[in-house]
Design a protein around this ligand. Structure first.
Ligand SMILES: *[C@@H]1O[C@H](CO)[C@@H](O)[C@H](O)[C@H]1NC(C)=O
Ligand SMILES: *[C@@H]1O[C@H](CO)[C@@H](O)[C@H](O)[C@H]1NC(C)=O
Ligand SMILES: *[C@@H]1O[C@H](CO)[C@@H](O)[C@H](O)[C@H]1NC(C)=O
Ligand SMILES: *[C@@H]1O[C@H](CO)[C@@H](O)[C@H](O)[C@H]1NC(C)=O
Ligand SMILES: *[C@@H]1O[C@H](CO)[C@@H](O)[C@H](O)[C@H]1NC(C)=O
Length: 823
């Protein structure tokens, strides 16, 4: 398990080392059928074998072309004809996404005029191609999530007795696990926002696959044997675009795109703005029109990017539009690719084709770009039509819908985070509102009246969210009790005395203060007056924190929203962020025991967020600056909803949330844009390594292979050199078994895929074990593998499903463990 996780983590590195495209991916299921033939035929280095063993019934006719054109591949010299509905049955060994390709290449034959064939194609009963006929070679590709043991391919002749179907060749193979993600594609539509859910139950038909700025890529040069065609024919205004070609192979990174996502050739070429063109002016879009054949139909549009134009980081900002709707604003590839240039990534969108049956893709400069770096790029496009309706009542999608997550914080900052948040809030609020209105139709009005000054802010989606957020909160909750008059905040902070500033963030300044009435120390976070930018986060924080009280979560003392001010008042944490105790200056060194206790405290806080109530809460910005220590060095998790603005207390770089969270971002979240509680688990794993090694998650000053703590530590762990990177101040202090458990847990938190990561409850349990072993002399130092069988629990996502596992039950299990061990 461990080794696999590690291997997966390192896979891209290994792939880079091998640098052999075709060696990279071996599908579990792999059927290549040479239809109507009894011998093998080879195409693009692949052997297609005789098809007869896979026929569903013996009601078909093999055909051979007596005079095949010399240039035509041998594979297309035979075909199989079906005069009644019939076809093939293939055993499927691996559930999940499969690629299904059918090759149709009609040829003359005495009994059947293949050009006149007309038939419907069904995949496991779903009709994906209706009344199809062709007079020239056509290859149809379907991306199909199979979750049974069989794939049935049926060709059903169209009505009118004499009809028949035919096929020359079939490919069916399992796709890499992440090729299609179930949730996370951004919906681009005037009527809807949020993420698309249930992609893996859709059958997708590939309509276009484009190598933008490059030449044709044949199946020979693609690990999934795809064909990528050049984009020029689709450019709306050719002079607007300028080709760019990189001479370096793409810098594939964990969490980004892989060679299976798209081949090197796609990421090494792009179109960029042809800024030399005087007629076009300084700012313009590059647009492509892709005919898709049907109007108003949902498509998955996957856009591939790789910054091969910039000379430095964070210089390129551009917008993406689909059918003239804003799809992605201010895209910053540097931030999205963990601060690397030339690093491939992709974004999935779901959009409808327009009335003319087109999909128009545009990229253009963002307002954030400086005048010398105005540019926009695109490396690749895939457009896939959704050919079936969602499978209704499918178990997996229902399971997912049952849990609605409140999403707090905003690592990616801006647009997407807010969209996501808004979408979920709307969903959540609708539910609660229904219930509440039945019970007490007046409660809603009363509550929202307290917010009149906050409503009616720019943008309809925001103001709608404002209202819904509030109505979505539990009735009878004491928001009002938490209001603090502005005068009191002024007095608490000596009228925002500069000398009391203890931190700053995009949201504004953080002051230390004392509430005179209660005589309690507080931290006061003040939004830039008059700026309404952080409004949704501000409200989220209040909504969330007013509902939560936990020993390991920083509590909200109150808030103030008078005179266009947005102020949040928190309990003051005497010892500041964990980070400054690990590698800050002038702080006493934390002992191993203290470090374990801090980790346990933080883990408890996060565990409570995840499981303490329904819906669970994903923090989204777990890092050592967001774990604060009180006067007793007890850890509390902070910053729920202002991560973009957060109290980056001692942080020097404050501009965006992404920067603040580098090195902590779950690669799967980044890749799938699908948020789960396991993203927090990943970030927590990074914090654990920080605690152990006493260095930042990202240290750009170090040698390249050491910059990213998670990667570096796992590599050293693997090569058995872990003791060399442990904080020297801990030397000789840590008991072997305690260290082992700690590292093993951190490693599991950092698993490439969320499902392989432990739940926060499991993490907590393991940390307590590590502390117990450290503390207790009675436990064996070197327990053999079968000596502690109870511990082999981590590593399965299932536990989070039954999320009722509260701290109490965790503690129970733990005490059982202790008794077992003590025997
Ligand atoms: C066809 O190819 C398969 C697998 O590549 C091979 O095992 C088989 O021997 C070949 N058959 C013939 C007739 O060449
Ligand atoms: C075969 O069918 C096509 C399409 O219907 C037709 O154009 C063509 O003339 C036919 N060829 C023969 C030899 O009948
Ligand atoms: C695939 O999914 C089907 C139906 O969900 C299930 O019965 C089967 O056991 C699964 N097979 C594998 C190998 O997971
Ligand atoms: C594969 O890519 C290489 C390198 O670009 C190129 O030289 C070769 O012609 C390509 N082969 C095919 C079959 O496309
Ligand atoms: C790019 O296209 C979008 C959508 O049509 C449009 O709103 C925007 O103004 C265009 N940008 C430029 C610079 O022309």
């Amino acid at each position: 398990m461990e080794f696999t996780a590690l291997l997966l983590h390192l896979l891209p590195v290994i792939l880079l080392a091998i640098f052999s495209p075709s060696a990279a991916f071996v599908p579990t299921d792999n059927y290549l059928l040479n239809c109507g033939s009894t011998s093998n035929a080879t195409l693009d280095n692949r052997v297609f074998a005789a098809d007869s063993a896979f026929l569903a019934a013996d009601r078909s006719t093999p055909l051979a072309n007596k005079n095949p054109p010399p240039s035509s591949p041998e594979l297309y010299a035979t075909a199989r004809v079906f005069t009644s509905a019939s076809g093939y049955k293939l055993n499927i060994r691996q559930n999940g996404t499969h690629l299904v390709r059918l090759h149709f290449s009609p040829f003359p034959s005495p009994n059947f005029n293949l050009s006149a064939a007309k038939f419907t194609l069904l995949l496991n009963g779903n009709s994906v191609l209706r009344d199809f006929s062709t007079e020239a070679l056509v290859i149809k590709e379907y991306v199909f999530g199979i979750d049974g043991e069989e794939l049935e391919i049926v060709l059903r002749p169209a009505g009118g007795g004499s009809n028949f179907g035919f096929v020359n060749a079939i490919e069916v193979f399992s796709a890499p696990k992440d090729l299609i993600i179930d949730r996370g594609a951004r919906i681009v539509s005037p009527n809807a926002i949020g993420e698309f859910d249930g992609m893996s139950s859709r059958i997708l038909e590939t309509i276009h696959r484009i190598n933008v700025g490059g030449s044709k890529v044949t199946p020979f040069n693609d690990t999934l044997w795809r064909t990528w065609v050049p984009d020029e024919g689709f450019l709306v205004l050719k002079p607007a675009a300028k080709k760019v070609v990189s001479t370096h192979p793409p810098n594939y990174q964990p969490g980004g795109a892989t060679r299976e996502t798209a081949p090197d050739h796609v990421y090494m070429t792009a179109q960029s703005m042809n800024r030399g063109n005087a007629i076009l002016g300084a700012k313009f879009n590059i647009s492509w029109n892709f005919p898709v054949g049907s109007s108003g139909v949902q498509h998955l549009v996957r856009l591939h990017f790789c910054d091969i134009v910039s000379t430095g980081l964070n210089l390129l900002y551009f917008n993406v539009y689909l059918n003239d709707l804003e799809a992605y604003k201010d895209m910053d590839l540097s931030s999205l690719t963990f601060h690397e240039l030339g690093s491939p990534m992709y974004v999935d969108f779901v959009a409808d084709s327009d009335d003319l049956g087109k999909m128009r893709v545009s990229v253009g400069p963002s307002d954030l770009s400086t005048s010398t770096h105005v540019n926009a790029i695109l490396n690749g496009v895939e457009i896939m039509k959704m050919v079936n309706l969602a499978a209704s009542g499918s178990v997996s999608s229902e399971k997912k819908k049952r849990r609605t997550w409140i999403i707090v914080g905003s690592i990616l900052g801006g647009g997407f985070g807010l969209l996501l948040l808004a979408g979920l809030m709307v969903l959540l609020a609708c539910r609660c509102r229904k219930k509440k209105q039945m019970k007490n139709p007046r409660s809603r009005r009363t509550e929202s009246s307290a917010w009149t000054t906050l409503r009616g802010v720019q943008g309809s989606s925001r103001s709608r969210m404002t209202e819904l957020t509030i109505t979505g909160s539990p009735a009878g909750n004491g928001y009002h009790n938490l209001r603090i008059p502005f005068a009191e905040v002024q007095s608490a902070t000596n009228n925002f005395d500069k000398n009391l500033i203890i931190g700053m963030g995009g949201f504004g300044m953080v002051y230390k203060g004392v509430l005179k009435d209660a005589n309690i120390k507080v931290a006061v976070k003040r939004g830039v007056p008059g700026h309404r930018q952080g409004l949704p986060e501000f409200q989220t924080e209040i909504t969330v924190l007013s509902r939560i009280r936990h020993r390991h979560l920083v509590s909200l003392v109150g808030y103030c929203e008078e005179q266009s001010e947005m102020i949040l008042v928190y309990e003051y944490m005497e010892n500041g962020p964990l980070k400054s105790h690990l590698y800050g200056q002038g702080q006493a060194t934390l002992t191993w025991k203290q470090r374990l206790e801090i980790c346990i405290g933080a883990a408890r806080g996060i565990h409570y967020l995840h499981t303490g109530f329904i819906p669970g809460i994903i923090h989204r910005d777990i890092k050592s600056t967001n774990i604060l220590l009180d006067e007793n060095h007890e850890a509390k998790v902070a910053d729920f909803g202002l991560s973009r603005a957060g109290p980056c207390l001692d942080e020097t770089h404050v501009s965006t949330g992404v920067k603040g969270s580098f090195g902590y971002l779950d690669p799967e979240y980044f890749r799938r844009q699908q948020l789960t509680d396991k993203s927090d688990v990943y970030s927590f794993g990074v914090v654990m390594l920080e605690v152990l090694c006493a260095r930042p998650a990202i240290d750009p000053l170090l040698a390249r292979e050491q910059v990213n703590l998670a990667e570096w530590a796992l590599q050293w762990k693997q090569s058995g050199r872990l003791d060399q990177i442990i904080d020297p101040k801990l030397r000789g202090q840590i008991k072997h078994r305690s260290l082992e458990k700690f590292v093993e847990t951190a490693e599991k938190c950092l698993a490439e895929y969320g499902v392989d990561r432990p739940s926060m409850g499991d993490v907590l349990w393991n940390l307590e074990y590590a502390l117990q072993v450290q503390e207790s002399g009675s436990l064996r130092e070197d327990s053999s593998a079968n000596g502690d069988p109870v511990m082999v629990v981590v590593g399965n996502g299932d536990r989070s499903e039954e999320n009722c596992s509260s701290e109490a039950s965790t503690a129970l299990v733990f005490s059982q463990l202790v008794t077992n061990e003590g025997r």
